[in-house]
Design a protein around this ligand. Structure first.
Ligand code: SF4
Length: 347
């Protein structure tokens, strides 16, 4: 197995709740190098996930090396998926990480199939491929190489500064396939950032990563999303964000208002009650009942203030998900490839 031979200082043999009898479960690992984290190593049956259609997403295929995410964003829409594993969508999502240790081998087999049409594959659509676990398991270099060698375009979206490790691999891949790279940076007040994304790299570290990727020749996009009502949606806050995004060398910006799906809403509201209880009535009004999206009027109001600022900062505006149609990801292969445009409202 890929992980055999790695130094593991403490192994907890207890099975992942709910997975004791599932084929493919290997073992549960804890190690002092990743204090507070538990990794559940599994054998994946498949690597490429087909996006169920019809979809707003500009891609049909995704790869997720991990389930759960140590970046621990309070607003993370993927939280609910952890309950499928009999884990909770809160602390467990942040710290109980499922690792598909055989991902690259499975992916290579799938890419060799005659039926594979080499459509763009998106990484980072569900959980972050450059979260802390990637420092241990190093799955992404193999994924990138496998896609490049098969002639499959790829798109990466991350909050993880660990992507800097893979800049040479991404640059090599971009010699033969379109490679799209985007950083997710939603909060530019560091105190708020630390409270709402406690496991993610600092805003400045992510901006430095944008700079490093830009210096390496990539046209980097920044996901300025989710924009949080009353917290990050003021004109000065958006202006500061775009100033720093542009200053870091980003090529384009994608924005969007907060989504609160059913699986994440209780956790986000709990966070809000602890950190900004004064905003609870307003959020309940904006996201009543099962509503996942802010009202159209709010999204239009947001578009009217963000779009002019994006233009003023000479950043190309990309789809917010509110009012601009999706385009395709396909572009000719160049080192500075930044094919894509639309993305789902993920981060
Ligand atoms: S929003 Fe992205 S980076 Fe944050 S916890 Fe979810 S998957 Fe991880």
């Amino acid at each position: 197995m890929r992980w055999q031979g790695q130094r593991i200082t403490d192994v907890d043999e207890s099975a992942l709740p709910g997975m004791e009898n599932r084929t493919g479960f290997l073992r549960t690992v804890t190690t002092p190098e990743f204090a507070g984290m538990t990794f559940h190593e599994v054998l994946a049956k498949s690597a490429l996930n087909h996006v169920p259609g019809p979809s707003r997403m500009p891609f049909q295929w995704t790869i997720n090396p991990y389930r759960g995410c140590s970046h621990a964003c309070s607003y993370c829409f993927a939280r609910g998926t952890h309950t499928y594993l009999d884990l909770d969508a809160g602390r467990d999502f942040d710290s109980q990480i499922v690792v598909k240790v055989n991902l690259v081998d499975v992916l290579r087999k799938e890419l060799r199939r005659g039926s594979w049409k080499h459509e763009t594959v998106a990484l980072g659509t569900n959980t972050d491929p450059y979260q802390r676990a990637e420092g241990r398991y190093r799955l992404m270099p193999g994924v990138i190489r496998a896609l490049a060698e098969s002639g499959t375009p790829l798109s990466v979206l991350t909050k993880g500064t660990l992507i800097r490790r893979d800049i040479p691999v991404l640059a090599e891949a971009a010699q033969t396939i379109p490679v799209d790279v985007q950083l997710s940076i939603a909060v530019f007040d560091e105190e708020l950032r630390a409270a709402i994304e406690p496991g993610a790299p600092t805003t400045q570290a992510r901006l430095d990563t944008v700079r490093a990727l830009s210096d390496a020749g990539f046209r980097v996009g920044v996901f300025l999303m989710p924009i949080l009502p009353h917290l990050t949606d003021s004109i000065p806050a958006i202006d500061e964000a775009l100033t720093r995004i542009r200053g870091a060398g980003a090529d384009h910006a994608i924005y969007g208002a907060l989504h609160l799906r059913a699986g994440v809403k209780p956790w986000f509201m709990q966070w809000l009650s602890q950190h900004r209880p004064d905003l609870l009535p307003s959020y309940r009004a904006l996201y009543p009942g099962a509503a996942a999206e802010a009202p159209k009027a709010y999204r239009q109001w947001l578009a009217k203030r963000v779009r002019p600022l994006i233009r003023a900062h000479r950043l190309e505006a990309r789809r917010s998900g509110d009012d601009t149609p999706a385009r395709t990801l396909t572009q000719p292969a160049v080192l500075t490839s930044s094919a894509p445009t639309a993305q789902p409202m993920l981060f």
